[in-house]
Design a protein around this ligand. Structure first.
Ligand code: MG
Length: 333
């Protein structure tokens, strides 16, 4: 018996009846010879972790545009925090932790530079629209390595459906969908306090009473609530009181940080930069890099390919390209 077969047998023995066992995966579009060491979902996790799009998350904005301090979250640390929250929940519920981790590590691979402001700009500029979850799927199905990562159906389903409106078909996917919100709500509060945009005491007393009086306690309350209420259930849920408090705190963050706050003052500049870059590459497709020119030659729509190129940029690379294309060389100092 190989190590993988032993791991598969152990999954069947210990996982909940609601878990997806890796041996029961619906598989890949292009079948692969099984690995002697790793299950299919472990293999997907590794394929994501070793891809270039994953490394680029390091230089993509979470909330604060190109943050200068060393302690602010980036899209990469956000992804790792989502993965950690999701794995804790999956393990406690005896669901498949490897599948959960693979979905979590892949969920934001298609995120644009400059966070959601970049996403909104590309969405406005294109006829077919732009959504980061669909782009994450396109990264793993088409863009990475020129032919995609050939992941299992369960991992791709979880990535595609991680947004609020999504309906993941596995409980592991449902965990990531909820863990994404739990993680960003808490780390964005932490970063906002660090940046001096809000203080802990600005957070309304109701939320502090229900969820906890600091970032650490609130995170613990939310994770425990999901676990306690989803045990032996065929879906991932929270108690109504905690869920409502979390949603209301999220609304409060939208009003005070995401939309109304100082962090958004730079957003107009990011929007103009994306618009100018988009217009430039629509007029000059020949200036796209080799991999993207190849997609055009294969007959992909230009708008789609320009979106692929721009959404793949890190914040720094987008700024660099903008300077190269629009700022006269002598003006840079
Ligand atoms: Mg996310």
């Amino acid at each position: 018996m190989s190590i993988r077969e032993e791991l598969e047998a152990r999954e069947k023995e210990i996982l909940s009846p609601f878990a997806v066992c890796s041996a029961n995966s619906a598989g890949r579009d292009k079948p692969l010879k099984p690995c002697p060491l790793r299950t299919e979902f472990q293999r997907d996790r590794d394929r994501i972790l070793h891809c270039k799009s994953f490394r680029r998350l390091k230089f993509k904005t979470q909330v604060f545009i190109a943050p200068e301090g060393d302690h602010y979250r980036t899209r990469l640390t956000h992804t790792l925090e989502v993965s950690q929250v999701a794995r804790t929940i999956a393990r406690a519920l005896r669901l498949n932790e490897d599948l959960t981790e693979a979905i979590a590590l892949g969920h934001d691979l298609g995120h644009t530079p400059f966070g959601h402001s970049g996403e909104r700009s590309l969405n406005r500029l294109t006829q077919s629209g732009f959504r980061h979850n669909e782009q994450s799927l396109r990264v793993v199905e088409v863009l990475e390595g020129g032919e995609g990562l050939n992941l299992t159906k369960e991992v791709r389903d979880g990535i595609r459906n991680h947004r609020t409106s999504g309906r993941p078909s596995t409980l592991e996917g449902q965990i990531v969908r909820l863990s994404d919100k739990i993680a960003y709500l808490n780390h964005d509060i932490d970063d906002s306090i660090r940046a001096g945009l809000i203080t802990e005491n600005d957070i309304p007393e109701d939320f502090r009473k229900t969820l906890g009086a600091n970032v650490h306690d609130r995170l613990g309350t939310l994770i425990r609530d999901v676990i306690m209420h989803s045990l032996d259930e065929d879906r991932i849920i929270m108690s109504p009181g905690i869920e409502e408090a979390m949603q209301d705190l999220r609304k409060w963050m939208f009003e005070h940080v995401y939309i109304g706050g100082k962090a958004k003052e730079e957003e107009g500049k990011a929007k103009s930069m994306i618009e100018l870059l988009f217009g430039y590459y629509m007029d000059h497709p020949e200036r796209l890099t080799k991999d993207y020119l190849h997609l055009l030659e294969q007959g992909e729509a230009q708008e789609r390919v320009v979106c692929d190129y721009i959404s793949g940029m890190t914040d720094n690379y987008a700024i660099e390209k903008f300077e190269e294309l629009f700022v006269p060389a002598g003006w840079k100092f």
